[in-house]
Design a protein around this ligand. Structure first.
Ligand SMILES: [Zn+2]
Length: 75
């Protein structure tokens, strides 16, 4: 099984789908048993979602209510 340290190092490649299948399976195994790392993955994902939206999400003017609804649905 991969260590927590190895997992943290491979995390971004894992999320990009750039890992070979074997390592990917090892990481998923680790995540299913290691609470600390699954929490870490969760919070990294949230950060990526938020920053991804900032880059790609163009809000039409006057849609602040929708933005707020969108943001509160993420919290
Ligand atoms: Zn771990």
């Amino acid at each position: 099984m991969v260590s927590c340290k190895k997992l943290a190092q491979s995390l971004s490649a894992y999320m990009d789908g750039n890992l070979d299948h074997e390592l990917c399976c090892e990481i998923e195994k680790h995540l299913s048993v290691c609470r600390r790392c699954s929490v870490l993955l969760d919070s990294v994902r949230k950060v990526l979602i938020v920053s991804g939206d900032e880059r790609t999400f163009e809000l039409p003017m006057g849609n602040e209510d929708r933005l707020h609804a969108f943001l509160s649905s993420r919290m």
